[in-house]
Design a protein around this ligand. Structure first.
Ligand code: R5P
Length: 296
C-alpha cells in the first residue's frame, strides 16, 4: 500500500514538505478556472489503492472548498483506498455556538461537510474553546499535532528572561504549555471582545515586570488581540514584547496594528504560509498523521 500526497492548488509547498517528512511521492494536480470562474480539477497521478493525503492550508477557505471536494471525490473514483485531509490550520472553529437567533453554527456544518468527504482529518492546534474535542463535531477519526514543543524551543533559543503571556483565557491552553516546556513563568490576561476589530485586554501584570513578554495566541487574524495585549504589557516588561502566533491568518490591516503597538518581533508557526513564519511544526504535523497511513 502506498501513500501519495496531493497538494490543493496553491499549497504545493505544504505538499512537498509533507511528502519529504512522510517519504511519500507528491502527486500532480492540474487546476484552472473556466472564464466564468468555475474550477477545473484533474488528478494527474495514479492513486489506485493508495492512501491519499490532500494537503491544504485553509486560510480564506470559502473559495477553496469546492476544489477540495472535487479532488477528494475524483481520488475516490480513481480507486484511492482512503482520502484524508491534512489541514494544518482548521478553519471554521470559532463559531462554536449560536450567540444570536438565526446564526449558523458554522463549525458544525463545516465539520459535517468535511466528515462526509474525507476519511480522516489531521490538523495543528485547532481552536477548541467551547468544544472539548474535535470528536464533538467531526464524525471521522481526527489527529491533532501540538505546536507547543517547537514554540518552547524557539522561546528558549531566542528570548532571554522570557515571561509567556496569554492575551485571553482561551489562550491559556497554549501559553501554559509553552511556558512549562520552556521553563519560564506564565501569566494570562483577560479579553473582552466588542467586535471583529475591537477588543479590550486587561489583567494582572505583576509577573511581567523586568522580563521580556512573549505573547502567545493560537490565531493572529485582525491582530487586535495581540496589539491590545502588547499595549498593556509594554508598560511593565523590560523589553518590547515578542508575539508568537500559531496560525498566521493576518487579515487586512494586521501588520499595521502590530507595528503601531510597538511589537519588537512577530513570529508564527508554518501552518499557513506567511513572511512571519519562523517556527517549523511540519515534523510534528507529519508525525500526527502517520497512524492513518499505516498498512492495515
Ligand atoms: C480567539 O479568541 C482566538 O484565540 C484569538 O485570540 C483570536 O482569533 C485573535 O483574533 P484577532 O487577531 O482578530 O484579535
Amino acid at each position: 500500500m502506498t501513500t501519495i500526497i496531493l497538494p490543493a492548488p496553491g499549497h504545493e509547498r505544504l505538499g512537498r514538505t509533507l511528502a519529504q517528512h512522510l517519504g511519500a511521492p507528491l502527486g500532480r494536480v492540474e487546476f484552472r478556472r473556466f472564464p466564468d470562474g468555475e474550477a477545473y480539477v484533474r488528478i494527474a497521478s495514479p492513486v489506485q489503492g493508495a492512501e491519499v493525503v490532500i494537503a491544504a492550508g485553509l486560510r480564506d477557505p470559502d473559495p477553496q472548498l469546492p476544489t477540495l471536494l472535487f479532488m477528494a471525490e475524483a481520488a475516490r473514483e480513481m480507486g484511492a483506498r482512503h482520502v484524508g485531509l491534512a489541514a494544518p490550520y482548521l478553519a471554521y472553529m470559532r463559531q462554536d455556538q449560536r450567540f444570536r437567533d438565526g446564526e449558523a453554527v458554522t463549525s458544525r456544518t463545516f465539520a459535517s461537510l468535511v466528515s462526509r468527504t474525507f476519511d480522516w482529518l489531521c490538523t495543528v492546534d485547532p481552536h477548541l474553546h467551547r468544544y472539548a474535542a474535535l470528536e464533538e463535531i467531526y464524525r471521522i477519526p481526527t489527529a491533532i499535532a501540538h505546536a507547543a514543543p517547537d514554540i518552547a524551543r524557539w522561546v528558549r533559543e531566542n528570548v532571554r528572561d522570557a515571561v509567556v503571556v496569554g492575551p485571553d483565557s482561551e489562550s491559556e491552553q497554549w501559553a501554559a504549555e509553552v511556558a512549562r516546556a520552556a521553563g519560564v513563568p506564565c501569566t494570562v490576561l483577560e479579553k473582552v471582545r466588542h467586535g471583529d476589530r475591537d477588543v479590550r485586554v486587561a489583567g494582572e501584570t505583576r509577573d511581567i515586570a523586568g522580563r521580556t513578554p512573549v505573547l502567545i495566541d493560537d490565531i493572529i487574524s485582525s491582530a487586535r488581540t495581540m496589539a491590545e495585549a502588547a499595549g498593556l504589557v509594554r508598560t511593565v516588561g523590560t523589553a518590547a514584547p515578542v508575539c508568537v502566533g500559531i496560525h498566521a491568518l493576518f487579515a487586512e490591516g494586521a501588520e499595521g496594528a502590530l507595528r503601531e503597538a510597538g511589537i519588537a518581533r512577530v513570529v508564527t508557526c508554518n501552518t499557513l504560509e506567511h513572511p512571519t513564519n519562523g517556527i517549523d511544526v511540519s515534523a510534528a504535523f507529519a508525525a500526527a498523521m502517520r497512524p492513518f497511513l499505516r498498512p492495515g
